[in-house]
Design a protein around this ligand. Structure first.
Ligand SMILES: NC(=O)c1ccc[n+]([C@@H]2O[C@H](COP(=O)([O-])OP(=O)(O)OC[C@H]3O[C@@H](n4cnc5c(N)ncnc54)[C@H](O)[C@@H]3O)[C@@H](O)[C@H]2O)c1
Length: 478
């Protein structure tokens, strides 16, 4: 029988009083691998009240004392890395090797977060710098925690993207309500088992699982949530931004990252970057390359190089470390198929792919994509890449910016002057010159603009987002 996973509240693992659970289906085993608790709104209240109380004492500990718990967490994660990686693989269909890397990257993330927080300093200002002011007035600013942070994560990096919210929240003295994606919740439970082993004070971290319709909006609208850090789809993020209670929000949402390929690019190198950017983990990455804007003079050559690379991609089960794996569920595969069908109906050229077995979509390359096709604009979150041929850099920039998204973009060229002329004109959080779009290394600022989000992540920026400045003003009198 599939295992029943508990939720975590006030330092205890519990079954929900609702007696209800949610079934987790493996995308490639196509069977139930466990179920998680469908908790009630009363239990959400209990978790948030407990977090609110626990946060007071937690915030009184020194940053080094909090860091001790987090160092132990990183070590426990490494000790459990095979078990956690097995869960990630079974639950979200990521290859075992990539799942192990995700856990290792998470341990590095936590350690770096502790070190960063330990070295952050406040500042002081003298009143005399402003007209009429004087030296007897001194402001001292330092950062203080916000209170209770709601961390909501997506399915695709269930451990890394969750820890990227939890660790910066905890190190500066916040308490956390962690809501993993349903598909990803078992991996979420395991990473919190590792945290529980550190002896973390009860109530500081709570893991809640449940039906979006019962606890989703309830969590977001709760008056005792002080900040929301969300990663997921654009529609969900926009909904959360609309209903939340005038609290700070950091949103990392969907993307449609373009790779702009100039006529002077090294096409062999570029094609390898595009393939790895577009197809790894079947394109289920927020920063996957999701369209290619290539100068028409080199388009034929690029397409033929891409085709050759695609034909060597391995397809099948994540247990055998294949690059192309089944998508998270049938609905997602139907959506991707819909984008391919729409493009082909509108006379796109199928270069390779358009083969499907259930939720396994073979890597697909579509050429001669025009702006009336859905795949030119919509985020597939699957292994399909549209090629749009352009006449000039100007046209590439215009098309890049016509998207509702603005996560990242790549520019491939040997002309560094051109690269630095194009990069500032692109409406995106980051531009990669001669590299695939990607999130790491995790201490770099990571920003989504337009429909791709608001606020900045990246270790130092995440810590800043989960704190606010507090000013104490000293008035010296003689
Ligand atoms: N920009 C980034 O950093 C980044 C990283 C990874 C994924 N993503 C994006 O995430 C999407 C894929 O992930 P997904 O399918 O898990 O996204 P999703 O939006 O379906 O779900 C994300 C999370 O939100 C929760 N949720 C849904 N409705 C809610 C509500 N009303 N209140 C509170 N929580 C709610 C889900 O349970 C899940 O935990 C893609 O669009 C991808 O681009 C973005």
């Amino acid at each position: 029988m599939a295992k029943n996973y508990q939720f975590y509240i006030n330092g205890e693992w519990r079954e929900s009083r609702s007696k209800e659970s949610i079934s987790i289906l493996s995308p490639y085993l196509r069977e139930e691998i466990g179920h998680v608790q469908a908790i009630s709104q009363d239990e959400v209240d209990e978790a948030i009240n407990g977090a609110k109380l626990a946060q007071k004492e937690w915030s009184q500990l020194s940053v080094r004392a909090r860091g001790e718990y987090l160092y132990r967490w990183a070590n426990e994660l490494l000790a459990m890395k095979n078990e956690i990686a097995q869960s990630i693989m079974e639950e979200v269909g990521k290859t075992f090797n990539d799942a192990v890397k995700e856990v290792e990257r998470t341990a590095d993330f936590i350690q770096y977060t502790i070190e960063e927080a330990t070295h952050m300093q406040g500042e002081s200002m003298l009143g005399e710098n402003f007209p009429g002011g004087n030296r007897s007035k001194i402001a001292v600013t330092h950062r203080v925690p916000l209170g209770v942070i709601l961390a909501i994560s997506p399915f695709n990096y269930p451990v890394n993207l969750s820890a990227a919210k939890i660790a910066p929240s905890l190190i500066v003295g916040n308490a956390v309500i962690f809501k993993p994606a349903t598909q990803g919740a078992i991996s979420g439970v395991k990473m919190i088992e590792a945290l529980h082993k550190t002896g973390l004070p009860k109530g500081v971290l709570n893991l809640v699982t449940g039906r979006g319709s019962v606890i989703g909006d309830y969590l977001v609208e709760h008056p005792d949530i002080d900040m929301i850090s969300f990663t997921g789809g654009t529609e969900t993020g926009q909904h959360i931004a609309k209903i939340s209670n005038m609290i700070p929000l950091v949103m990392e949402l969907g993307g449609k990252d373009p790779a702009i390929v100039r006529e002077d690019a090294d096409l062999v190198f570029t094609s390898k970057q595009i393939i790895s950017g577009a197809y790894s983990y079947s394109g289920q990455r927020c920063t996957a390359i999701k369209r290619v804007l290539v100068n028409e003079t080199v388009a034929d050559e690029l397409v033929s190089l891409l085709k050759e690379e695609i034909e060597s991609l391995t397809v099948g089960s994540p247990e055998e470390n294949n690059i192309i794996v089944p998508l998270i569920d049938d609905k997602s595969a139907d959506f991707v198929q819909g984008l391919i069908d729409d493009a082909l109906e509108k006379e796109a050229t199928l270069v390779v792919g358009n083969k499907r077995e259930g939720n396994l979509i073979y890597p697909t390359l579509l050429d001669n994509i025009t702006t009336d096709m859905r795949v030119a604009w919509e985020e597939p979150f699957g292994p399909v890449l549209p090629i749009i041929r352009v006449k000039s850099d100007k046209e590439a920039i215009t098309l890049a910016n016509a998207s509702k998204f603005g996560l990242q973009a790549s520019v491939f060229t040997k002309d560094i002057n051109k690269a630095f002329t194009i990069a500032p004109q692109i409406e995106a959080g980051s531009v990669q010159i001669n590299g695939r779009t990607e999130r790491g290394p995790d201490h770099f600022p990571f920003i989504g603009i337009k429909g791709s989000g608001m606020g900045t992540q990246g270790i130092k920026r995440s810590i800043e987002a989960m704190t606010r400045e507090k000013v104490t003003i000293i008035n010296i009198y003689e």
